[in-house]
Design a protein around this ligand. Structure first.
Ligand SMILES: Nc1ncnc2c1ncn2[C@@H]1O[C@H](COP(=O)(O)OP(=O)(O)OP(=O)(O)O)[C@@H](O)[C@H]1O
Ligand SMILES: [Mg+2]
Length: 234
């Protein structure tokens, strides 16, 4: 059962937004894609979001555990739901290192910029260090966030080229700068429950779905002998 962490030491990189979008999209995609979101952001945005009373039935939000409890919380969550998402704090703490050590995928959100690129690099170094410490592969991928729907800046092109030449895995989907992605916090509801008048809502939904689709494709494999059945593999 996959544990998917969102990590970057850069404050405001887009971890919480991407984690909540993925959690709600998974829950919305299929009833059996139940998901636990462990909210390790010190500001507890996902917990506050959940207080709006519009958490999908198959989604559970766990408030920030202590450093000594994080591993137990992840184990407990894994026994209850097929997907576990951990939204990490924007620092390189012991809690972050522990969560990464238990992850089947570390998503590293980053905006396009030199400082942002360097922070993504720091997150990758931490993943590599945990791989070394625990002698196991920890898959990771960079997620470009808050991207413009119309302009591809030179900074973005340079960062993408840099990551490509370093063979850093990058999600094909980029999360665009969308008002709807902010509005889910204002309205304390998932994307699909936002007012229809929300600017470019359908585009935002499609964007979030594409990101979730990429993650699902990493873990949900068709069983070859029974083509209609699928299984979730970590
Ligand atoms: N794709 C997006 N479109 C529009 N706004 C976004 C998007 N992603 C993030 N934001 C906004 O950027 C700000 C920072 O995002 P977020 O809280 O997700 O980052 P974070 O990495 O979790 O930050 P922290 O390190 O403080 O936990 C928030 O105001 C959020 O609403
Ligand atoms: Mg956050």
């Amino acid at each position: 059962m996959p544990v998917i962490s969102f990590a970057s030491p850069k404050g405001g990189a887009g971890k919480t937004t991407a984690a909540l979008l993925l959690a709600t999209e998974l829950a919305h995609t299929r009833k059996d894609f139940a998901v636990t979101l462990i909210d390790c952001d010190p500001r507890q945005w996902s917990v506050k979001w959940g207080q709006g009373g519009q958490v999908p039935e198959n989604m559970t939000i766990i408030p920030k555990p202590s450093e000594k409890d994080i591993l137990d919380e992840i184990t407990k969550a894994k026994s209850k739901t097929p997907f576990v998402i951990v939204d990490l704090e924007g620092t390189n703490s012991t809690l972050v290192a522990f969560a990464i050590s238990r992850s089947d995928l570390v998503v590293i959100p980053t905006q396009a910029g030199p400082m942002e690129g360097e922070s993504a690099g720091d997150a990758i170094k931490l993943v590599k260090l945990q791989e070394q410490a625990f002698e196991r592969k920890i898959p990771f991928a960079v997620l470009m966030t808050r991207m413009s729907a119309v302009i591809r800046s030179k900074i973005e092109k340079d960062l993408t080229a840099q990551m490509e030449s370093a063979s850093v895995p990058v999600f094909t989907t980029q999360l665009l700068e969308r008002n709807a992605f902010k509005s889910i916090y204002a309205y304390q509801c998932p994307l699909w429950a936002l007012p229809k008048s929300t600017y470019k809502l359908e585009d935002a939904k499609q964007n979030a779905r594409a990101f979730a689709g990429e993650v699902i494709a990493m873990f949900v494999k068709k069983k070859s002998e029974t083509p209609m059945k699928e299984e979730i593999v970590a």
